[in-house]
Design a protein. Structure first.
Length: 181
């Protein structure tokens, strides 16, 4: 089985993918690692690499080809089509996400962009454009719960995790009213 774990930065993709890989005994591959190792960027913008998405899609496709049980993780993976069996979009309450990203030292502008992307369901919407079997997991609870929920999805019991079950509409209204966007 090929699983993609995606979501905005700070939702716990790397942590969950590593725990899932360990639990299942599967390989885990991060898109950021591939970008850096294979130099898949076009330049820099505001201090961050601008990834060549076509090249990333081709490289990830090559990596997946011939693999049986693997987990791919990365925030950009919602943007490209890959031959994957299940796509898991990690979601985190924008208030908690803001705290996580600020603790990482993200500039305020980048924090706001990512919190807005989360509040607007950006990764879920993009994933639904590119994939058929998309699921959402709320990572704002205890870490073990996110892994349990993901294992349910992987095990074929993910009906309750279909897109649309997580909404941050009220949080979005609060952020806007505070002038954060």
């Amino acid at each position: 089985m090929k699983i993609v774990v995606t979501g905005v930065p700070g939702t716990g993709k790397s942590t969950l993918a590593k725990a899932l890989g360990k639990k299942l005994g599967w390989d885990v591959l991060g898109a950021n690692e591939v970008v850096k190792k294979r130099r898949l960027w076009k330049g820099r913008e505001r201090g961050a690499l601008v990834v060549d998405m076509r090249r990333l899609g081709r490289e990830m496709g090559k990596i997946l080809n011939g693999k049986k049980d693997v987990i791919l993780e990365g925030h950009l993976l919602c943007e490209i089509k890959l031959d994957a069996d299940k796509i898991i979009v990690l979601r985190t309450n924008p208030k908690l996400l803001r705290r996580r990203l600020s603790a990482r030292g993200y500039p305020e502008r980048k924090v706001n962009e990512n919190v807005m992307a989360e509040a607007l369901d950006y990764c879920t919407q993009r994933a639904e454009m590119n994939y058929k079997r998309v699921y959402e997991i709320d990572t704002g609870k205890r870490a073990g719960k996110s892994l349990e929920d993901t294992l349910r999805v992987v095990g074929g019991k993910g009906k309750t995790f279909k897109p649309g079950g997580i909404s941050w509409g009220k949080e979005l209204e609060r952020e806007v009213s505070r002038g954060n966007f």
